[in-house]
Design a protein around this ligand. Structure first.
Ligand code: PLP
Length: 374
């Protein structure tokens, strides 16, 4: 089976973790790895501060908590995303409100934002989906006009840029994931970046059970979202090759696009002229002209030993969110369609051209696809 994604751990990564363990770098208070990872990552993103945590989900929850967003507040989120984006609002007592997708980039449609803003709206969490950035210049203009806080969900967009500027440097805060399938991995892990010193301090406080003086007497309810030190050592080692990984992710995507672009009914990832797409995953949307449904294509590829995964189930179709008091039913027809017709292909950054050609061939030859139908 060609897996949809395989983590790539190299000898230098193993060495980095082993060295950290040899030095007794276990939890966050031991050694230099966490501070080094935070400082180098912040500099890469173009932010003054970075706060390492134990997952992308924790990063998002911590960011919403640090912004004091809670009960009675609404948070606009991309409809098409991982549930973690919406749970960041939900677990803080706020209401996530989905924003439908744009059909070509699959990101939230900025033209829909203003009609969804109410007096209760406090923040927007845009997701740079599958590695294509949201137009953050335009999003920040709208947010500033309405006095809204912006938390970028960069779980899938490390190194993606908008007019040359890194995703994660636009919003008041930005959240990254280092899960196994992310651009760089620590197994589990995350990071919040910000340029705001007060927010950085509050993020650090809340990350560590909100310890203040005297120790063990707590004024506010914090979390334990700390990243272990040997995990940060892995993060740092992975981070040092981030540009090589991104170049390869782009190579993989370009090979797929070149190979598949003439097939009717297959919609491929785009890269708008102001954007650098890092193609976290190579998505496809299957239109009727292809002759086969997404599910039939998935089954045909599975039979050839090629694993795929569907696009996200949108936030307007999530039973866990519908059950929330005050739930707002918002329509998101584009995100609904992406959920039904979108899939992503094996996207490991080490995939070679022959394997990609083999996968594209399997798509072309899928029984019942456009050629046979023609
Ligand atoms: C868009 C998005 N947000 C948040 C997350 C959550 O990150 P984590 O798995 O590190 O908790 C993920 C992926 O896992 C994601 O794809």
């Amino acid at each position: 089976m060609i897996p949809v994604f395989e983590p790539v751990i190299e000898e230098d990564d193993i060495e980095a973790v082993a060295n950290a363990l040899r030095n007794g770098e276990v939890s966050g208070t031991f050694g230099q790895s966490i501070t080094d990872f935070e400082n180098e990552f912040a500099a890469y993103v173009g932010c003054k501060y970075a706060v390492a945590v134990n997952s992308g989900t924790s990063a998002l929850q911590l960011a919403v908590a640090a912004a004091d967003i809670g009960e009675g507040d609404e948070v606009l989120v991309s409809a098409s995303t991982n549930i973690a984006t919406a749970l960041a609002a939900l677990h803080n007592g706020a209401l996530p409100v989905p924003v439908d997708s744009e059909p070509h980039t699959w990101n939230l449609d900025l033209e829909l934002l203003e009609e969804l803003i109410t007096p209760r709206t406090k923040a927007i969490i845009p997701v740079h989906l599958y590695g294509h950035p949201v137009d953050m210049d335009e999003l920040m203009r709208i947010a500033d006009e309405h006095g809204l806080l912006v938390i970028e969900d960069c779980a899938e967009s490390h190194g993606a840029t908008v007019r040359g500027r890194m995703t994660g440097s636009f919003g008041h805060m930005a959240c990254f994931s280092f899960y196994a399938n992310k651009v760089i991995t620590t197994g589990e892990g995350g990071m919040v970046t910000t340029n705001d010193e007060a927010l950085a301090e509050r993020l650090r406080l809340l990350r560590n059970l909100a310890f203040t003086e005297p120790r063990f007497r707590h004024e506010i309810a914090g979390f334990n979202y700390r990243m272990p030190a040997y995990v940060a050592a892995l993060g740092l080692s992975q981070f040092h090759k981030i540009e090589r990984i991104i170049e390869n992710k782009r190579r993989v995507a370009h090979a797929y696009i070149k190979n598949l672009k003439d097939i009717p009914g297959l919609q491929l990832p785009v890269e708008l002229d102001w954007a650098r797409n890092i193609y976290w995953m190579v998505g496809l949307v299957v239109h009727p002209e292809f002759g086969l449904s997404r599910d039939a294509l998935t089954a045909a590829l599975e039979a050839e030993g090629i694993q795929t995964r569907t696009f996200f189930c949108p936030m307007n179709q999530q039973p866990v969110l519908e059950a929330q008091p005050g739930y707002k039913a918002v329509l998101a027809p584009v995100a609904d369609r992406l959920w039904e017709t979108g899939l992503y292909l094996p996207s490991t950054w080490t995939l070679d051209e022959n394997t990609i050609a083999h996968i594209c061939d399997a798509i072309r030859r899928a029984p019942g696809a456009w050629k046979a139908a023609a």
